[in-house]
Design a protein around this ligand. Structure first.
Ligand SMILES: [Zn+2]
Length: 245
């Protein structure tokens, strides 16, 4: 399995950056995980977007889905020009309905609803969906290929049950939306960087990639906070960051 960061900022992209989107390559298949602002442009550096085998959307908030609507045009155009034969399947929650209704597009894109505990297989790996604590239905993804495990945490508040999803993942991709000093008074379904690091320590993650980063924070402050709670292999997400397992 290979995991590549295409976009990792939120709630809006830095100049030249992107909001969440990741490329999962496994057994010759190319899977896009989330499809935020700027993600399609970055994906095109690797291969034409119509060559994707599937798309997985963790939830239907704009920072994770906006580029899907131009990806629809890319796939539709490729089918019309004979470059692609089959529709692209997008696995995504069915709520909120107003957004879910916009996922399927002509005969180019089909929507496959995802549910708690269900799995889907691609190129030698299995992806299992687990609900997180968030304002709308949102699913973490436990991605297994043989002995190797990537846990993609999507958007998630600190009461998310990571321990029941997975232990000792080789890579834990966890959001850290703000420095702990900026934690909102009321829960909003997001982790601080410190809480992300604590969660990684609790589940014994072998490597932590903190993502969903506010673009105006500086990396040294983020790293210092993360290192105060987690002493394994630690990285902050950047477009182009990649790991092969
Ligand atoms: Zn988000």
């Amino acid at each position: 399995m290979k995991w590549t960061v295409l976009g990792c900022q939120s709630p809006y992209p830095a100049p030249g950056g992107g909001t969440p989107g990741y490329l999962l390559e496994t057994g010759g298949e190319k899977i896009l995980v989330d499809c935020g602002s700027g993600v399609l442009s970055r994906l095109g550096r690797y291969f034409p977007p119509h060559q994707l085998d599937a798309v997985l959307l963790s939830h239907l908030h704009a920072d994770h889905i906006v580029d899907l609507f131009v990806l629809q045009y890319a796939v539709w155009t490729a089918i019309r020009l004979g470059k692609r034969k089959s529709p692209l399947t997008v696995y995504a929650p069915s709520q909120p309905a107003g957004w879910a209704d916009k996922i399927a597009y002509r005969r180019a894109v089909t929507h496959q609803p995802i549910r708690e505990g269900e799995s889907v297989a691609f190129g030698g790996c299995t992806v299992t969906f687990h609900r997180t604590e968030h304002a709308i239905p949102c699913y973490a993804m436990e991605i297994r290929a043989g002995e190797r495990v990537i846990l993609y945490g999507a958007d998630a508040g600190p009461s998310t049950g990571w321990e029941s999803m997975c232990r000792n993942p080789d890579l834990f991709v966890c959001e850290g939306s703000y420095l702990h000093r900026d934690t909102p008074e009321r829960p909003v379904g997001h982790h601080s960087v410190f809480q992300a690091a604590e969660a990684a320590r609790r589940i014994g993650a072998k490597r932590l990639l903190i993502t969903h980063l506010y673009p105006e924070y500086d990396f040294p402050s983020l790293l210092q906070e993360a290192e105060s709670a987690y002493n394994g292999e630690l990285s902050l997400a950047e477009p182009g960051w990649t790991l092969s397992l």
